[in-house]
Structures are given as structure tokens and as C-alpha cells.
Design a protein. Structure first.
Length: 296
């Protein structure tokens, strides 16, 4: 689907009003600049529940997702971006104009676009995420540390209708700026909660979920697996896979057939393929049953 981009045609007086909202800040010790810098550095929520985001596309995804902004920061050399963004952001939100050097000290992007923000991300409880498992598969991420891989998983989770995502121990924070960027905004909309996965197994079973682990080589080949019904799909780290204690509790392991010359698929690719297959079987349940019967 091609999105139509809205072009804001502003009059000179309107542009003056927009740029009049910008408050110039020069000092590194401004409280909001310090908060932005710390949020980017730690990749976690601030004490009052905000996360740091950067880039035009991500800010517009945050707007589209209905997130509340605490502050928006513009680099002096990218001040013209205010013309497009500020009409979409509530007038009470703090809007700051930073020198290029000050902006670079707070926003560690390799390819900075000159705009960043502090936004309040939606927060969920474990029960919230488990309750969503009836509408789509639940993903349980065990130790995925690469931000790009986790972001890809979250993007695919939204694309293929996952109900929610549990992030286990050793998994990178969903509020890491690289995760947010790789998710293309899906992190703003998915029900996500951080949890100790071993402690959630009983609650999953109580909700009738079948527990499926992904494996590089051992397990039911994906094209032969029955992935219908309520599921919790466990995705392991790129190096170690799903931990042994969790594997022992699974109902089934599923493997994606691939060339033996490749040791394994990365977690983002593996999760995406499995999510696609779950969605495919959900849309064509009769066809899958026919295939199963033909093999018996």
C-alpha cells in the first residue's frame, strides 16, 4: 500500500508562528537535553516513563500511533523540519532548538536527521499481553541481543498479526533507539512486556496455549508443522537458541529447512518466516489439513 504524504502549505505568518514555538537552548545541562541524552545512552524508559526517539519517519509513526510527546528537539541546521512536524504536535509540548554540536552530543545516531523527541510509550502488564494471545500467536523472545533483529521481529509480529510479545532475560530493551528504528514504529503499537519466561509457562498453559520452540536443525519441518490454534512461539538467541530449561517445557520444536552450508538463520529472519507460516495456515486451514492427510 502506498501512503499519500500530506504536504503542509504554510503561509509566511504560519511559518513564523511555528518557528516561534522553538525555544533555543545552548547549554548541555538543560534538564530536557540531559534527559534525552540519558534515555538514548541507556536505551530504557526514563523515570517518568518516556523513551527517546529520533528521525522524521519514527516521529511521524509515534504521532500516527497516538503517543504523547514530552519534548521535541530540532538541530539548528534542520530547523525547517519544524514546518512539517509541529503542526501535528500539540501546542503545549516543549519544542527546543539545539546547536548542531549540542544536538550531536545528545543524539548518538550514525545518520542523524536533525529531529528527536521524548515520548511516552504505551506500557502493558503480563496479563494484558496474555489476554491478546487469543487473537494471534504470542511471541516469547529468549535472549535476542541484537537490536536490529529484535526490531525486525517486532515489525514482522505486527505485520503478521501476533497478539503480543514477551521479552525474556538477556533480551535487548525494546526502548533501545536501534530497536525502535528497526521496528519502523511497530514497537509503539504492539503489546510488549518484559518478563521471566520460565515463570510465565503455567499462565500460558492455563490459557490453552501450545508452546512451540524454534530450532536451527532439530524439530518438525516447518512445512509439516501444524501451527493452528492458540500458540506461544519461543525465539532464541542467535548464538545459543532457546535455553534448555525452556526447551524441556515445550510441546514441540519446529525447524526451518535450509541449506546445511548455513549454520542457522538469524533470529529476525527465522521469526518472520514462522510468523508468515502461522498467518498462512490461519487463512487456509482446510488446505493445511488436506496436506497433512495426504502425508498420512
Amino acid at each position: 500500500m502506498i501512503r499519500k504524504r500530506t504536504v503542509n502549505r504554510t503561509t509566511p505568518s504560519h511559518e513564523k508562528a511555528i518557528h516561534g514555538r522553538l525555544r533555543r537552548v545552548e547549554g548541555r545541562h538543560n534538564p530536557l537535553v540531559k534527559e534525552l541524552r540519558a534515555a538514548f545512552a541507556h536505551g530504557e524508559l526514563t523515570s517518568d516513563g518516556h523513551c527517546a526517539i529520533e528521525g522524521m519517519r519514527i516521529l511521524e509513526e509515534a504521532i500516527r500511533s497516538g503517543l504523547k510527546f514530552k519534548a521535541v528537539f530540532f538541530r539548528a541546521s534542520a530547523e525547517n523540519r519544524a514546518d512539517r512536524l509541529l503542526p501535528q504536535i500539540a501546542a503545549h509540548v516543549e519544542t527546543l532548538l539545539l546547536s548542531d554540536k549540542l544536538f550531536a552530543s545528545a543524539v548518538p545516531s550514525e545518520n542523524p536527521q536533525g529531529v528527536a523527541a521524548l515520548v511516552r510509550c504505551k506500557q502493558f502488564k503480563l496479563e494484558d499481553v496474555l489476554a491478546k494471545s487469543q487473537s494471534g500467536p504470542l511471541l516469547a523472545i529468549a535472549g535476542v541481543q541484537d537490536p536490529g533483529n529484535l526490531g525486525t521481529i517486532l515489525r514482522s509480529a505486527e505485520a503478521f498479526g501476533a497478539g503480543g510479545v514477551l521479552l525474556g532475560e538477556g533480551t535487548v530493551s525494546p526502548f533501545n533507539s536501534k530497536v525502535i528504528r528497526a521496528s519502523a514504529g511497530s514497537v509503539f503499537r504492539l503489546p510488549i512486556v518484559q518478563a521471566k519466561l520460565a515463570e510465565t509457562l503455567d499462565a500460558m498453559r492455563e490459557r490453552g496455549l501450545r508452546l512451540i520452540a524454534t530450532s536451527s536443525h532439530k524439530g518438525t519441518p516447518l512445512d509439516q508443522a501444524n501451527l493452528s490454534g492458540p500458540l506461544a512461539v519461543f525465539i532464541g538467541s542467535e548464538v545459543a537458541g532457546v535455553p534448555r530449561d525452556l526447551l524441556a517445557a515445550m510441546d514441540e520444536s519446529v525447524a526451518i529447512p535450509h541449506s546445511p552450508t548455513v549454520e542457522s538463520l538469524n533470529a529476525g529472519v527465522a521469526a518472520s518466516i514462522i510468523l508468515y507460516e502461522i498467518a498462512r495456515q490461519k487463512q487456509s486451514p482446510q488446505r493445511h489439513r488436506v496436506t497433512e492427510n495426504a502425508g498420512n
